[in-house]
Design a protein around this ligand. Sequence first.
Ligand code: NAD
Length: 271
Amino acid sequence: MKKKQEDMKFAITSKGDAISNALTQKMKSYLLDFGLEYDENQPDIVISVGGDGTLLYAFHRYCRRLDKTAFVGVHTGHLGFYADWVPEEIEKLVIAIAKTPYQVVEYPLLEVIIRYVNGGREARYLALNECTVKSVTGTLVMDVEIKGDLFETFRGDGLCISTPTGSTAYNKALGGAILHPSLEAIQLAEMASINNRVFRTIGSPLVLPAHHTCMLKPVNYSDFQISIDHLSLLHKEVKSIQCRVADEKVRFARFRPFPFWKRVRDSFITD
Ligand code: NAD
């Protein structure tokens, strides 16, 4: 998919530190000089300057217009997984944004629907990385249903449901597999499950395809600490947490090839 440059509107999200702010100002003035319009509310392209956390923030800020907005990340700290341009390259990046029709790559997202005990209330979230569920009172006890059937009763510290691009984040620290983002799937990984003669969980991360919904249902308590990417909140009186591959996708603007496995290698092995 190609995007034409005429009338292109951009926004920049900064991490907020001095280096990121200075870089933001520089890129903004270059892009304005090229005739692009700055529009914080309805941008065609969002440049995130900072780290992966900044890109996660930008994603959630523009979450309601994912079909119209593409993201690109510049990192001002260590190499980011989403933020893959370095400050020394910003002139090149600005020219590429202003002059060349860019490629857009789309990656799967996680849809989370939390339903509450009272009044059929529900809340819907999209995660770029993952959703984690932890207890606020001790061991998390949850029935895990897959495609409507009870799979197991989980006991342990928590559960992490990640996207393919989020598979290199928290999921990786939990021993989950790294999933290529061309796979429309989500991954369920355990956090320190209790396994003995009485309690049993599968013990391996599960990769679920797009049409397999995973439903978490509380067994005893109904208050949980639930995170969606960087945002962690206490949710009270939860009846169920439904996770599946979202219909929406995140779109990244690509100005040069940066294959996923090279990104993984550069981030975790060596660059
Ligand atoms: P943060 O800035 O401390 O980020 C944590 C680290 O995760 C950073 O080094 C960041 O570069 C890296 N990261 C984020 N997304 C990534 C991805 N998709 N692939 C590889 N690395 C990635 O914290 P934050 O800004 O609040 O970011 C929230 C994210 O932190 C969560 O989405 C979660 O994935 C991650 N996290 C990881 C752990 C862990 O690894 N044990 C624990 C909590 C949260």
